[in-house]
Design a protein around this ligand. Structure first.
Ligand code: DX5
Ligand code: ZN
Length: 227
C-alpha cells in the first residue's frame, strides 16, 4: 500500500537500560515507524513490557508507534495501549476467539488495526475480517524472540496475502529474521513494511542509520526503485 518500503525497527533488540535514548536514536537514524513487541509469557514464551513503558517512551518520537501485541487475551488491554500512545495496534489471529470484535474495538478507539498470523497459520484465517484491517502482519519467525532465522515458506504466504487483499488499502508487514539478504524476498512478494530488530540494533547508535539504509537499499532494489 505505501509508496515505498517502510522500515519499522523493533526496540526488542535495543538496550533496555536506556530505552528512551534508543527510541530517539532510531528515529534520527531514519526509522519510518517504531515497532513495539509486547509479550506476556503466555501466548509467547517470553515477557517484555506493557503500556506503562510505552507511555514513558512516547514523548521521545513523533513516528508511528507500531504496537505488536503477543498477548492472550488482548481485548482487556486494548484501551490501555491506545491511551499509552500506540498508533497502530496489531493482535494475533491465534490469540482469541473473537478477532472481529478485537479489530472493531481497536478502530473504535481511534487507532489503526492490524492482525498478525504465525508461520503455521494459513492466510484464510483473516479472509473474513479484511474490511476491518489497516495492516496484515505475516510473521516470518515464530514470535517470542529476536535474532531467529527467517522461515522461507512465509514468502509464499506474503504473496497469497497480497492477492487476497486485492485493491484494499491494507499494508503488509513482515516480522522476524529480516536482513539485507531476506528483505528483497519479502518485498518482491508484496511486503510494504519491514520489521527488523537485531539487524538494526547492532553496533553503536552511529551504525543504526547504516543498518536501516542497507535494508532499505536491498528492499528498493528488489522492486526496481532507485535508492
Ligand atoms: C519476534 C518479534 C520481532 C523481533 C524481530 O517475536 O515480534 O519483532 O523483535 O527480531 P529480529 O529482527 O531480530 O528477528
Ligand atoms: Zn514484532
Amino acid at each position: 500500500m505505501p509508496g515505498k518500503t517502510l522500515i519499522s525497527p523493533s526496540i526488542l533488540s535495543s538496550d533496555f537500560s536506556k530505552l528512551g535514548d534508543e527510541v530517539e536514536a532510531i528515529d534520527r537514524a531514519g526509522a519510518d515507524w517504531i515497532h513495539l513487541d509486547v509479550m506476556d509469557g503466555h501466548f509467547v514464551p517470553n515477557i517484555t513490557f506493557g503500556p506503562q513503558i510505552i507511555k514513558a517512551i512516547r514523548p521521545r518520537s513523533k513516528k508511528r508507534f507500531d504496537c505488536h501485541l503477543m498477548i492472550a487475551p488482548a481485548d482487556p488491554y486494548l484501551a490501555a495501549f491506545a491511551e499509552a500512545g500506540a498508533d497502530l495496534i496489531t493482535v494475533h489471529a491465534e490469540a482469541g476467539p473473537h478477532l472481529d470484535r478485537s479489530l472493531q474495538t481497536i478502530r473504535n478507539l481511534g487507532k489503526k488495526a492490524g492482525v498478525a498470523i504465525n508461520p503455521a497459520t494459513p492466510e484464510i484465517a483473516i479472509e473474513h475480517v479484511l474490511d476491518r484491517l489497516d495492516l496484515v502482519l505475516v510473521m516470518t519467525v515464530n514470535p517470542g524472540f529476536g535474532g531467529q532465522a527467517f522461515i522461507p515458506a512465509t514468502v509464499e504466504k506474503v504473496r497469497r496475502v497480497k492477492a487476497m487483499i486485492g485493491g484494499r488499502k491494507i499494508a503488509i508487514e513482515v516480522d522476524g529474521g529480516i536482513t539485507r539478504e531476506t528483505a528483497p524476498l519479502v518485498v518482491a512478494a508484496g511486503a510494504d513494511v519491514l520489521v527488523a530488530g537485531s539487524a538494526v540494533f547492532t553496533g553503536d547508535a552511529g551504525a543504526y542509520a547504516r543498518n536501516i539504509g542497507a535494508i532499505r537499499t536491498a528492499a528498493d532494489a528488489a522492486v526496481g526503485r532507485m535508492a
